[in-house]
Design a protein around this ligand. Structure first.
Ligand code: 6GU
Length: 226
């Protein structure tokens, strides 16, 4: 998969791709990530990327021209399956969306900033608008990092058995069950006996029940209605 990220703040975004799972995916050659600084696509002397909004009101708006230049250059080089705009008024990211996006070959991720982008950018180029939750961030960069992490870890070959995505929370619509590691007793606190017994069908049934209980307690909205 190739990911092209368009941003006014590339330095805010780079470190998540230089560590952990995303770095592993890049090092293995499974994913390539390319950052495009919107300021390098300006045509005025001040490298201005934003301007006041028509009609008045607080907050700056990202101008269409540099974004058009950047996206048009990329689109002339290859086909993109999705051109995503990161914005608090987008569709809320969930596991099902991440699963779908992990199957794409080339995607562009445009990070919003200030009051957002000129509406004509959205009308003209954007195929999908994504939010990472119902709160406001200063820009789309952290959202883009979250989106990319959620997608990249699902691509076959990125995770190994130790880090498998198959047993994650949400992958089966439930929260994950509790997990324990050594020591079996710590300051008098015991690991549930069943996990130490080696009866794997029983352990699986216990985990399923705990996952269900945890979901009912914390996120009943995830459970099908009765
Ligand atoms: Cl993607 N961007 C911004 N600025 N705020 C957000 C968001 C994105 N997702 C939730 N809040």
């Amino acid at each position: 998969m190739r990911i092209d990220i368009i941003t006014v703040l590339p330095e805010l975004l780079k470190s998540p791709f230089e560590a952990s799972i995303m770095k592993r995916a890049v090092d293995k050659g499974i994913v390539s990530v390319h950052f495009h600084n919107l300021r390098e696509y300006t045509s005025n002397n001040y490298k201005q990327v934003d301007d006041y909004q028509f009609g008045g009101g607080a907050g700056m708006v990202l101008m269409i021209e540099p974004i058009d230049k950047c996206i048009s250059k990329l689109r002339a080089e290859r086909h993109y399956d999705e051109i995503i705009y990161m914005t608090p008024d987008g569709e809320t990211l969930n596991q099902s969306m991440a699963n779908g996006l992990s199957l794409k070959k080339n995607i562009i991720v445009l990070c919003g900033h200030y009051k957002g982008v000129d509406q004509r950018v959205r009308d003209l180029f954007i195929t999908k608008e994504v939010s990472i939750g119902d709160y406001v961030l200063s820009g789309g960069e952290l959202g883009a990092a979250v989106l990319c992490d959620a997608i990249v870890r699902l691509i076959p070959g990125v995770l190994n058995n130790e880090t498998s995505a198959l047993t994650d929370s949400f992958q089966d619509g439930l929260l994950a069950p509790p997990v324990y590691t050594r020591p079996a007793t710590y300051k008098g606190m015991e690991v549930p006996k069943i996990l130490l017994g080696g009866n794997f069908p029983k352990i699986e049934a216990w985990r399923e029940q705990k996952a269900y209980e945890r979901t009912r307690e914390i996120r009943p909205d995830l459970l099908p209605e009765k």
